[in-house]
Write a protein that binds this ligand. Structure first.
Ligand code: TMP
Length: 214
């Protein structure tokens, strides 16, 4: 039997890895089992955090502006959005003993800003200490994808985001960073998502049920 309890699940991976698709599938599968959950994302998830998200993405797309956000400004915006999201959505939902499914969280900041852009990890860790106050995902799914599969998925997208244009070597670097983050860690599941089929969807719901139904 499922005894209602707070549970925090995060999906991570490079663009085109299928994490948004799989997090939606998980949300629907939990709903079918009448397990109360919310589906959210980063950057974003609340009205104010979504405003910050569009600021980040607009900066990248506005061709007229030559002056782009410095990498520390960019990082602070991700962290500002996270603060809004954690305080106004994640914590309240966990307090209501819901399952929270989040499309990206702190490991994205590690992979993109620290490993990708060489932002100081101490700078980020210090801010995280204050804004997260010990909040950690119960489980994290890292979806690993082949370059061919991610390229194909990205080419089908109507709305491109800033990293959709980056070259393959950047993706490879980010994916490697996610794998490095997951290495030897408890509660991390690295799953191949190149196929994005029912097999993966079932694997994910079974892992989650194993954790939450005791
Ligand atoms: P999305 O593609 O999952 O919607 O995410 C938007 C972009 O934001 C994606 O390219 C990854 C990037 N990102 C970071 O660079 N750092 C972060 O901390 C987060 C949450 C996202």
């Amino acid at each position: 039997m499922f005894k209602k309890k707070p549970f925090f699940i995060v999906f991570e991976g490079v663009e085109g890895c299928g994490k948004s698709y799989q997090s939606k599938k998980l949300y629907n599968n939990l709903k079918k089992k009448k397990i109360s959950s919310i589906l959210t994302r980063e950057p974003g998830g609340t009205e104010s955090a979504e405003m910050i998200r569009s600021l980040i993405l607009k900066d990248y797309f506005n061709k007229k502006i030559k002056e782009k956000f410095d990498k520390y400004t960019d990082t602070l915006l991700y962290l500002a959005a996270r603060n809004e999201h954690v305080k106004n959505k994640i914590i309240p939902a966990l307090k209501q003993r819901k399952v929270v499914i989040c499309d990206r969280f702190v490991d994205s900041t590690l992979a993109y800003q620290v490993y990708g852009k060489k932002v100081s990890p101490n700078f980020i860790n210090n801010i995280h200490k204050t804004i997260l106050n010990g909040l950690k995902p119960n489980i994290t799914f890292i979806l690993k994808v082949s370059p061919t599969a991610s390229k194909l998925r990205l080419s089908k997208r109507k709305i491109k985001n800033r990293y959709d244009k980056f070259d393959q070597s950047f993706y490879n670097k980010v994916q490697k960073s996610f794998l490095r983050i997951a290495k030897n860690k408890m509660n991390y599941y690295v799953l191949d998502s190149s196929k994005n089929d029912k097999v993966l969807e079932n694997k994910i719901i079974n892992i989650v049920l194993k954790h939450i139904i005791k």
